[in-house]
Design a protein around this ligand. Structure first.
Ligand code: SF4
Length: 377
């Protein structure tokens, strides 16, 4: 059993909606943000009263979204102060704030650092302004470069850059250039996500109307391979399908999701998994706030996972990691003949590989991770 415990805070505001984004969010307005912050304080107090951490200390706090840094540094540090009142934090607790490069200021960064934020995650996406414009992501490459420099000046040493590949108009050459510019900035961590077309997004609409094109999956596979080569060469190790880090800088909070750790999610649409129970908040800001104004938690659904379901999740998420899963997770099903046959077939077709007492996706299997998992379950 993984005893780690983390806290996720969903800040549901952005300056505008990127064309590919299907997350729950609202466009930022100051008055709405202030009301939300008030509600989030109430939610933290309710969980403190419930003693949901059961004496455990937080090993990570993660401000995600949305764009957390559309809130002022004063609002973010006040939320963090509430977190410290509601929970006990490990002395080396990882505290991450996702940030849009265009929404930070030097005094704001300095305030976050002084409040104890240890890690910044910038949504860089691409280092080409035309590619950013095509996905409706506000800002420019120069802002990302300036943001990393400003973060270092404010005292941050642990910095992530989020990148995407398979963007409209992106070529292999432009992707290599993005990777190279990012490596020159020397972040401690890089996330490289393949662009996908999500229902309900502007990109999906454009693809349907044939005014836009879906990403070229063959090119994306090649871009993934190039990212691995370039980043390995620059000293980053891939530890999860989309995530690379310098030694010791793997994201502790995200590792919770892949290793069946407990995490509590606050804010509209945030998901939680605590002591075998999965539950989620309502994905609607006004309803979320109304529940909290009445002194109720805004939890919409709750399900107790059986041991079998927890094992299934351990396999699904654990296979995303380079280190894979204990092989015993798969053998557990060995009583089921047809299941064992599927596992054997995945080995025979070189999609899974075994090393010592662990099983992981092969390089080929990583490219087909979703279909491997589909075959298993
Ligand atoms: S900044 Fe991030 S959360 Fe906001 S719209 Fe763009 S992709 Fe979505």
């Amino acid at each position: 059993m993984n005893d780690a415990f983390g806290l996720y805070l969903h800040i549901p505001f952005c300056l505008q909606r990127c064309h590919f984004c299907a997350f729950y969010l609202e466009l930022h307005r100051e008055a709405a943000a202030e009301e939300f912050v008030h509600a989030l304080h109430s939610e933290l107090r309710l969980y403190a009263d419930e003693k949901v951490a059961a004496g455990r200390r937080l090993q990570s706090v993660y401000f995600g979204g949305g764009t957390p840094t559309v809130l002022t540094a004063t609002q973010l540090t006040a939320i963090l102060a509430s977190v410290r009142e509601a929970f006990v934090l490990n002395p080396d607790c990882e505290i991450t704030v996702e940030a849009h490069p265009g929404t930070i200021t030097a005094p704001g960064l300095s305030a976050l650092r002084h409040a104890g934020v240890t890690r910044l995650s910038f949504g860089a996406e691409s280092m080409h302004d035309d590619e950013l414009a095509r996905i409706g992501r506000p800002g420019a490459r120069a802002e990302t470069v300036a943001a990393v420099i400003a973060a270092r000046e404010a005292g941050f040493t642990n910095i992530n850059l989020d990148l995407m590949y398979g963007l409209p108009g992106q070529t292999m050459e432009s992707w290599k250039r993005t990777l190279s510019v990012c490596c020159d900035l020397s972040p401690t961590h890089l996330s490289c996500y393949a662009l996908t077309v999500e229902d309900g997004t502007r990109l999906a609409h454009e693809v349907r109307r044939e005014t836009g094109r879906a990403p070229d999956e063959i090119l994306q596979i090649e871009m993934d391979r190039v990212a691995h080569d370039v980043l390995s060469h620059a000293g980053y190790a891939r530890y999860e399908i989309s995530n690379y880090a310098k030694a010791g800088y793997e994201c502790r909070h995200n590792l919770l999701y892949w290793t069946q750790g407990d995490y509590l999610g606050l804010g509209p649409s945030a998901q939680s998994f605590v002591a075998g129970v999965r539950f989620g908040n309502i994905a609607h800001l006004a309803t979320y706030q109304a529940a909290l104004a009445e002194g109720r938690l805004p939890v919409q659904d709750r399900s107790v996972l059986t041991a079998e379901e927890q094992l299934r999740d351990a396999v699904i998420f654990g296979l995303r990691l380079e280190r894979g899963i204990p092989t015993s997770h798969l053998n557990h099903h060995a009583v089921n003949y047809s299941y064992q046959r599927i596992v054997n077939h995945l080995h025979a077709t070189h999609l899974l590989e075994e090393e010592g007492e662990r099983t992981r996706l092969s390089a080929q299997g990583r490219l087909h991770a979703d279909s491997v998992v589909e075959k298993l379950f």
